[in-house]
Design a binder for this molecule. Structure first.
Ligand SMILES: Nc1ncnc2c1ncn2[C@@H]1O[C@H](COP(=O)(O)OP(=O)(O)OP(=O)(O)O)[C@@H](O)[C@H]1O
Ligand SMILES: [Mg+2]
Length: 468
């Protein structure tokens, strides 16, 4: 816009200067030429009257850079043969000779600009014409126009540079605001805008932005603390409740059937409640940033085999064990993982496969594409041959308390919807990602990708539809 403004301004100023100057120069030169031609015409009239030969007369009145011609009763006289009457525009000749009016006309002759002036001389029934070459004037004007053109280009370029500099300078604070907003949206709640360099307008923006983020941070932390406090507070009475239930369960044989049924229902719900409180505590720890992760260097194939075996022991007795397939390309790669968290991830995935997909069919260990994760990443996928996940649910299942179609088909009482949210949290803490897709044969496939090097605290690695 600056460049365009400079272009319009310099073009209009240039055009104005050019046309004004041209008008002034041309009219000055016109006047001078006219005066000269008039004097010459008067002189010619006097000489002709004094009977000198006409050509001699013309020789006397010539001025440099001009040609004189005389018409007398239809006969033309020229001083030299450089110019004949045919070189004077017809319209000018007719105006001067036929209408006895003095006139001038600018035109181009043999590629060079001329001004022809015609003055009728009544005393000899003729007309005097003088043709001035105005090439010098035209040259001056074209140099002037070129100068203006170059000045216009330079002004436009300067306008562009100045505009870029000024807009960059004025937008720099906004770019800072935008960067800070992106960082805050990415979870870096400690981000604040820095000093404004004394600009009062910016100071107001910076202050209100920082105040807004303060309030936001305080609110988020308060909510995370609330969940954590509630879970903590619930844990002790729940432990007492579970212990008392344990005592009751020890005497369940002596109870009559309705009371026994009540104890069974109660203990199932208390266990579910305990698990939910445990999951909530774990999630709130990573929300408040107090989650600790103890990484160890492990062999992925070994890790997965052990985790699958451990989890399988806790699953219902009739669940067939999944086959563990390890891609040979993974051998030699090492992962940095927190074993406890990894086991929780595997247990959540295998438990889900068993609950909603008729049991996991395969657990595959393959090399990751490594393009977004440091080092040689490794993928672990858990597949089942159940109904799978509809595409609309694939991202949602990682949300807290989200329970999908499959859960409701099994009856609402079984889970809490926190399992996959925790999986996503554990994987995020490792700097990895997790996503759900359709397995060959229509079942569900949950894949986690873990980095081959320890994660940085602020890694932003989630990508793709449904990846967490
Ligand atoms: N293998 C699977 N096949 C089909 N649907 C699945 C599968 N795994 C998970 N889901 C769907 O994803 C939802 C969320 O799973 P998630 O593990 O988070 O919760 P949950 O199993 O219902 O409860 P929780 O694990 O907390 O006890 C489930 O309710 C289910 O609808
Ligand atoms: Mg689950």
């Amino acid at each position: 816009m600056f460049a365009l403004g400079a272009l319009v301004l310099s073009a209009s100023m240039g055009a104005l200067s050019y046309f004004t100057t041209r008008h002034v120069l041309v009219s000055d030169s016109d006047k001078a030429d006219f005066r000269l031609a008039f004097e010459n015409a008067t002189s010619v009239a006097q000489h002709v009257a004094a009977t000198a030969t006409i050509v001699q007369t013309l020789t006397k009145v010539t001025t440099p850079n001009s040609h004189s011609l005389l018409e007398e009763r239809g006969t033309w006289y020229e001083r030299t043969f450089d110019l004949t009457q045919d070189d004077i525009p017809v319209s000018l000749r007719s105006m001067v000779i036929n209408h006895s009016t003095a006139a001038s006309q600018t035109y181009t002759l043999h590629g060079s600009p001329q001004i022809a002036i015609g003055i009728p001389i009544k005393s000899i029934h003729g007309a005097y014409f003088e043709v001035f070459n105005v090439e010098d004037l035209a040259h001056t004007l074209s140099v002037f126009a070129l100068g203006l053109f170059v000045a216009g280009i330079v002004t436009t370029a300067l306008g562009a540079v100045l505009g870029r500099w000024a807009s960059g300078r004025s937008l720099r604070p906004l770019a800072g605001v935008s960067r800070a907003a992106v960082a805050i949206a990415g979870g870096e709640l400690g981000t604040r805008l820095g000093s404004t360099g004394g600009d009062p307008d910016l100071a107001a923006l910076t202050n209100s932005f920082n105040r807004m983020v303060d309030q936001l941070q305080e609110r988020i932390e308060r909510e995370a603390r609330f969940t954590s406090d509630v879970s903590h507070e619930l844990r002790s009475p729940l432990t007492t409740l579970a212990a008392s239930l344990g005592v009751l369960e020890g005497h369940v044989e002596s109870l009559d059937p309705p009371a026994r049924r009540a104890v069974e229902l109660l203990s199932a719900d208390v266990r579910r409640f305990q698990r939910m409180v445990g999951d909530l505590l774990e999630i709130s720890r990573s929300d408040t940033g107090s989650a600790e992760i103890s990484l160890e260097e492990v062999d992925p194939a070994e890790l997965v085999r052990r985790a699958v075996a451990a989890v399988h022991r806790s699953l219902p007795i009739d669940t067939p064990p999944p086959t563990v397939e390890v891609d040979p390309a993974v051998s030699g790669t090492h992962l940095w993982v927190d074993k406890r968290r990894f086991e929780r991830v595997m247990s959540n995935l295998l438990e889900n496969a068993s609950l909603y997909g008729g049991g996991a069919t395969a657990v595959r260990v393959t090399p990751g594409n490594g393009s977004s994760i440091r080092g040689h990443s490794v993928r672990v996928s858990v597949e089942d041959s159940g109904p799978g996940l509809p595409p609309t649910e694939r991202a949602k299942v990682f949300e807290r308390f989200y329970r999908g179609n499959a859960a409701f088909q099994r009856g609402a009482g079984t889970g809490t919807g926190l399992g996959l949210a925790l999986v996503a949290e554990h994987v995020r803490l490792h700097g990895g990602k997790v996503w759900a897709e359709e397995a060959e044969g229509g079942g569900a496939r949950f894949t986690i990708e873990l980095p081959g090097q320890p994660a940085e605290p602020d890694d932003e690695l989630a990508e793709g539809d449904g990846a967490r």
